[in-house]
Design a protein around this ligand. Structure first.
Ligand SMILES: [Zn+2]
Length: 644
């Protein structure tokens, strides 16, 4: 659900920097004058950066990882391009401790941190005095103790329990919590990094990576291809590398390396299939690092090194569409990037479409249709929820997240409505012309950014106009600027899931009549069971769940997707036999996709609320800020509604 954020913020004129009082950056020691209120950028509503006047081009980053203090400390050397001769460089920064800022060869300059924005994730503008001749800006700084992007884990929270662990999650606007930067997807830069870590820790970044630990804990990274800040990524821990193919490999803790190597064994094949579809992979090497379960997402498409949740390592390769998805981002998102988070569907809709095509190539159409239909059902539910809550504007592809945390746009709409839109284009114009169009689109805009409006124009010129009769059938505006699913929405057919639907119908009747359960599950894969658990009746009782559990043993499933669905019903129906496993799942796993529905289901009753509170207290230290921000919001909402 969209969090409603009171629009109280009144953008005031930015003071000219030379008149601006220098702020105490720690912000705690009684500032002598009123802090500056900075204005968000006109072309990116989630960033203060003045990149149209002065833009960052390259970063040389020197940093020390301090696991004891849980901080990063060092210098960001930014090479800039001053396009208009301005005397200010404006970067984004959230709670960073800025020690000093120097220009070129370390001549100190004045800087100002604006008052933190009302929407907490936006942080402050870091306004630096420069001259038209300035080429390099050096920011000496450290991160605060609980920088939102950084997840510090004690050794005990890892598999091996030998070394502590650190990983970052920058999307959408969290890069500014660990690097002062122009933190919008429309600004790209190349980088190098010199990172110092304790011995016995392997450090990797979204860059060319080492495959072995260094003797002295020092690592040098090069990233030649320009990337936006949300793709800045760092991971440090007791990791080892295994090669999977010529250009692909995995990083994992030694305890997990065998399992991960097997699970992602088809990576090289996926890479080759992807190239055959839409052109050369432009990032040389493609690796995946499997993180501890605290990772808040399924995967994060950090270039050259996807970050992945261990919840997809289940032993049967059933959840590896995640890898196809993150790999596809090497084209859609990383190569051609949404210009702002309001255009997020350009990243995700294209990626889901591409992911589906890779899955079809590797596993066949039957299998990929089953995946598509499972997602489609989730999408229908989400659309209904938005409509019920009076937020149908959230179901447009093009969003308007002004004065809102862009993380709020991370819903199924961008992914699955975006996918259906592209599939509609494919079905209307034919697969071959559509593939040629898409390949050319990636090629023409490689290492560039794209707004929704620019895409619509490009689409019109390069595909739609080839046939005006078909063009009218596409209902482009209905898809992009209107709620819900238009009349020409593609129909997904899965005989496999039709069969499950039939079995589910019988099961529901049998439960009603209180007859013993008999189902035919011959040849079912994990996805049939995911469909079954996802589509159990919403008013299922605890007694009925006990019968299903006695037959299928879902409470003890080893598949995280099945558990995610099952525990949601268990929480809502107050099915006690699942509680112990549900609690240990919630304490161990930090993937928001699973957490949110289960906590939501618990918050359906006063007893469930107390149970949720107790579990959250234990689990919260294992969750990344991305997850806790969502969950805190759920609890606040419940508490507000049930004040008395
Ligand atoms: Zn994605």
């Amino acid at each position: 659900m969209f969090k409603k954020i009171a629009v109280l913020f009144m953008a005031a004129q930015l003071y000219s920097c030379s008149n601006a009082p220098k702020q105490d950056v720690s912000n705690s020691n009684l500032p002598k004058s009123e802090p500056i209120v900075a204005k968000l950028s006109e072309h990116d509503p989630h960033s203060f950066a003045n990149s149209k006047e002065c833009t960052v081009k390259h970063l040389d980053w020197e940093i020390n990882i301090d696991f004891n203090a849980k901080i990063l400390k060092g210098v960001a050397h930014w090479k800039i391009e001053n396009k208009t001769g301005t005397n200010q460089l404006i970067l984004d920064s959230r709670n960073l401790e800025i020690e000093k800022v120097t220009l070129n060869g370390e001549a100190e300059t004045e800087f100002t941190l604006s008052a933190p924005h009302q929407v907490e994730v936006f942080g402050s503008a870091l306004i630096i005095n420069i001259t038209p001749e300035t080429q390099v800006v050096n920011i000496h700084y450290s991160t605060p103790k609980n920088a939102a992007a950084l997840m510090w884990l004690e050794a005990e929270k890892t598999n091996g329990k030998r070394q502590p662990f650190l990983f970052t999650q920058s999307q959408a606007v969290l890069a500014r919590t660990w690097i002062p930067c122009q933190d919008g997807p429309g600004v790209r830069f190349s980088y190098t990094a010199d990172v110092t870590a304790p011995k016995d820790i392997l450090v990797c970044m979204s860059a060319e990576n080492p495959q072995k630990k260094s003797e002295d804990g020092k690592y040098h990274f090069e990233m030649h291809q320009p990337v936006p800040s949300y793709l800045m990524a760092l991971v440090a821990g007791d990791l080892e590398f295994r090669s999977i193919g010529q250009r692909t490999g995995i990083y994992a803790e030694p305890e997990m390396a065998d399992a991960v190597e097997y699970e992602f064994g088809l990576m090289q094949q996926m890479l080759e299939k992807a190239e055959a579809l839409y052109g050369k992979y432009r990032w040389e090497q493609y690796d995946v690092v499997v993180l501890p379960p605290s990772f808040p997402f399924g995967g994060m498409e950090n270039p050259r090194l996807t970050f992945a949740t261990p919840t997809v390592v289940v032993g049967d390769r059933s959840l590896t569409s995640l890898i196809a998805h993150e790999l596809a981002h090497s084209w859609s998102g990383n190569l051609v990037t949404n210009a702002t988070w309001n255009d997020f569907w350009l990243n995700e809709g294209f990626t889901v479409y591409f992911e589906q095509r890779i899955m079809e190539e590797v596993y066949g159409r039957d299998y990929s249709e089953m995946l598509a239909l499972n997602s489609y059902n989730g999408l229908l539910e989400e659309i209904a929820e938005f409509e019920q809550d009076g937020h149908s504007e959230a179901t447009h592809l093009k969003l308007n997240l002004k004065e809102e945390d862009p993380d709020e746009g991370l819903t199924s709409i961008a992914y699955d409505k975006g996918y259906l839109f592209l599939r509609m284009l494919e079905e209307t114009y034919g697969r071959e012309p559509f593939d040629a169009f898409l390949k050319e689109y990636f090629n023409t805009h490689a290492f560039g950014v794209m707004t929704t409006e620019e895409f619509v124009e490009y689409l019109d010129k390069n595909l739609l106009s080839s046939n005006t009769e078909l063009k009218e059938k596409c209902l482009i505006n209905d898809w992009i600027y209107s709620p819900g699913l238009p009349a020409n929405c593609p129909v997904i057919k899965s005989t496999k899931l039709d069969n499950v639907k039939k079995e589910l119908g019988i099961l529901t009747e049998v439960l009603k009549m209180n007859y013993p359960i008999i189902t035919d599950t011959t040849g079912w894969s994990a996805h049939e069971y995911i469909y079954l658990t996802a589509n159990l009746p919403k008013d299922i009782s605890a007694d009925q769940m006990a019968k299903i559990d006695a037959y299928f043993n879902f409470t003890n499933s080893s598949n995280s997707e099945i558990l995610g669905q099952w525990f949601k019903h268990a929480a809502r129906a107050r099915y006690k036999d699942s509680y112990a496993n549900m609690e240990s799942f919630l304490v161990r796993v930090g993937r928001r996709k699973f957490l949110t529905p289960i906590y939501k289901a618990l918050l359906n009753s006063p007893e469930g609320y107390l149970q949720a509170k107790e579990i959250y207290l234990k689990a919260k230290p294992n969750y990344h800020a991305v997850a806790t921000e969502t969950l805190d919001g759920l609890f606040e909402e419940y508490e507000k509604e049930n004040k008395d």
